[in-house]
Design a binder for this molecule. Sequence first.
Ligand code: DC
Length: 216
Amino acid sequence: MIVAIDGPAGSGKSTVSKILAGRLGFTYVDTGAIYRAVTLKIIQSGLDLDDEQGICEAAEKVKIEFCENNGNRRVLLDGVDVTDEIRTPDVTNKICHVSDRAAVRQKLIQVQKDCANGVNAVVEGRDIGTVIFPDAEKKFFLSADIEERAKRRFAEVVKKDASIELAKIQEDIKRRDHKDSTREAAPLAMSDDAIFIDTTNLPIEEVVNTICKKLE
Ligand code: DC
């Protein structure tokens, strides 16, 4: 069984998907981490960000694995733990060079499918219900007001960078929302058969409970 969870940055989908997968005993697949890991690979290999052919080849060759270490989920890129590195602002700012390209997205479809091959999975991303798993048994689309999403992201980032400003985070999220939803290739979109959940005023546990009830 595949449970697809899509939504914009800060909608709560990562936290919800992780808890949900744990509760259901399903595999958790974070497709954003796949886009992030490929972007890191491009940066590390010094490839030109406009070299579509080179990015496609790198996306095809790269080996991305998810594993668990002392109860913590880790992301491995060609065997090296890059869990923290893929979350840096440099990677976040350059992801669009990977995620906006239809040819690169095409290469990553199978990588994403393989992560959920033969297992029950909660798969989280932007185009899971529309492109990657259009036949998923259940689909959810999470969103929240931009102010609330910015506050959530701020609470995470400020732990690592005390100088960060809420207004800057809100601007970044707005820019990413715009880029994600207006790109030609598989934009962030709600599938017609997805259930919409507005998480603005809902605690995480309540979102998870709502999803579990729908799954029952
Ligand atoms: O979920 P996240 O913030 O870690 O995702 C990082 C970026 O990857 C996001 O800006 C858009 C892109 N992405 C995508 O285009 N398609 C997906 N299925 C998942 C993420």
